[in-house]
Write a new protein. Structure first.
Length: 293
């Protein structure tokens, strides 16, 4: 019996020699495959190219010829109300009329266009005309009329870009009047990726004109033009697009072009970009050549 431990050791060594460590079953837990991280989808923005053309009051092209070249037909319920309030809106597709291209590229009639960055379904204010020390207009909504008198007033359109058909865009216009002194409003900011914090914003009292709200689809090769009717004095349209300076009286039109931008701007840069947009006339020529291929 004294040789029994030695025999057991020898048998154990023989078993290990036959199968080795590889014969011992492994009970290690299988690790699940780790999926590669998904890249976030690029944020979609809307680039609004904005230009203001100024000509002498009563200029035949801005008063009549321009509107004959475009399509003024919009919502039949809204169009009569816009006309009563002195507003004109038309859509021009493809190549712009030669006269309009010349006005857009002339520094005497058009300041450099601005490019604005806007989020889908969020309003972007576009100011028109200078601030009035005192503004008096009549606002009409069908058979209702209301006289509006405001100090330190300025006209603007809030433009809300949205998703249109066939991957196109639609623009919703809301007419506003800012007035009075700027107010400082303190509110909680909830910026993505940052903790809640207090922020101070400068705001101004705003008079809303709900009847002067409309929506228009716009394709990449189309331009929108906003202007006024000279036979509607004392209206919001003339307050927007008729300027009475010290030496002369002028009228203006607002030319807009909208296009989608994917991931070109960060969210913090939404708003007016310091980079100047290419002239709208040049964009029109390029668009026409692309569609002519």
């Amino acid at each position: 019996m004294r040789y029994l431990p030695s025999v057991l050791v020898a048998l154990a060594a023989g078993c290990l020699g036959c199968g080795g460590l590889d014969s011992i079953p492994s009970y290690r837990r299988a690790q699940a495959a780790v999926a590669p991280p998904r890249e976030p989808e690029p944020q979609r923005y809307v680039a609004l190219d904005v230009a203001v053309i100024e000509c002498p009051y009563g200029d035949p092209f801005l008063d009549e010829e321009l509107w004959q070249r475009g399509d003024e037909h919009i919502d039949l319920d809204v169009q009569p109300i816009l006309e009563e309030n002195g507003l004109r809106v038309c859509r021009i597709g493809g190549l712009l009329p030669a006269r309009l291209q010349a006005l857009l590229t002339s520094p005497r009639s058009c300041s450099p266009p601005r490019r604005l960055r806007a989020d889908l379904d969020k309003p972007m204010p576009v100011l028109v005309n200078a601030r009035y020390p005192h503004l008096a207009i009549q606002y009409r909504d069908g058979d209702k009329a209301r006289d509006i008198q405001l100090d330190q007033a300025q006209c603007l359109f809030e433009i809300v870009p949205g998703q249109g058909e066939d991957d196109g865009l639609k623009l919703r216009f809301r007419s506003r009047l800012r007035h009075g002194k700027a107010l400082i409003e303190t509110k909680v900011a909830n910026d993505p990726g940052r903790e809640l914090h207090w922020t101070m914003e400068h705001t101004e009292p705003t008079e809303e004109l709900p009847a002067l709200t409309w929506e228009m689809p716009i394709r990449p090769d189309e331009f929108l033009v906003l202007g006024t009717r000279l036979d509607r004095p004392g209206t919001f349209g003339q307050a927007c697009f008729v300027c009475s300076g010290k030496s002369k009286r002028t009228q203006t039109v607002l030319v807009l072009k909208a296009s989608s931008v994917y991931g070109a701007e960060s969210r913090d840069s939404a708003g007016e970009s310091p980079q100047q947009a290419p002239p709208l006339a040049a964009q029109a020529s390029l668009t026409a050549r692309e569609h002519g291929r």
